[in-house]
Design a protein around this ligand. Structure first.
Ligand code: DQA
Length: 145
């Protein structure tokens, strides 16, 4: 099965972006590690990143047509603002695992609430890029059931 991994705004800047919070790994590094891990689980991954809310919504709408079996979503700051992304995730009828590199509950109050969580099976936060591999494991388990 194929897992669609959607990354929101500013995640293209990983490596250079606030490394004390997000680490030194680039999104390409995370993609390579996630793909290698998924392969061991017999899963494929399609990695995408956009700074545009509308583009992310479009990708969620297309997920079924693109034959995705599940989604991993790190919506960046849209996590805390986007009802549009929530609505798209609610209607896609695929299992969603939410990922954040940082532990959003340890940070500013405005990062504590997530709209994405309302559409997700669960959330992994605070483990850096390794969280994506953890999300693959969670989905491998869910897809087996
Ligand atoms: C983030 C946390 C968000 O609050 C922030 O806006 C991001 C990254 C994370 O992965 O820790 O862009 O989603």
């Amino acid at each position: 099965s194929q897992i669609l991994v959607l990354n929101g705004p500013n995640l293209n800047m990983l490596g250079a972006r606030e490394p004390e919070i997000y680490g030194h790994e680039t999104l390409a590094d995370i993609e390579a590690a996630t793909r290698a891990h998924a392969q061991k689980c017999g899963l494929g991954v399609t990695f995408r990143q956009s700074n545009s809310e509308g583009e992310l919504v479009g990708w969620v709408q297309q997920a079924r047509h693109d034959r995705a079996a599940a989604l991993i979503v790190n919506a960046g700051a849209y996590t805390h603002t986007s009802v549009a992304l929530l609505d798209a995730l609610l209607s896609c009828d695929l299992p969603v695992v939410e990922v954040h590199l940082s532990n959003i509950h340890q940070r500013e109050e405005f990062r504590h609430h997530s709209y994405v969580s309302k559409a997700a099976v669960g959330m992994i936060a605070g483990f850096g890029g390794f969280g994506y591999a953890m999300a693959v494991d969670a989905l491998a388990h869910i897809l087996k059931q």
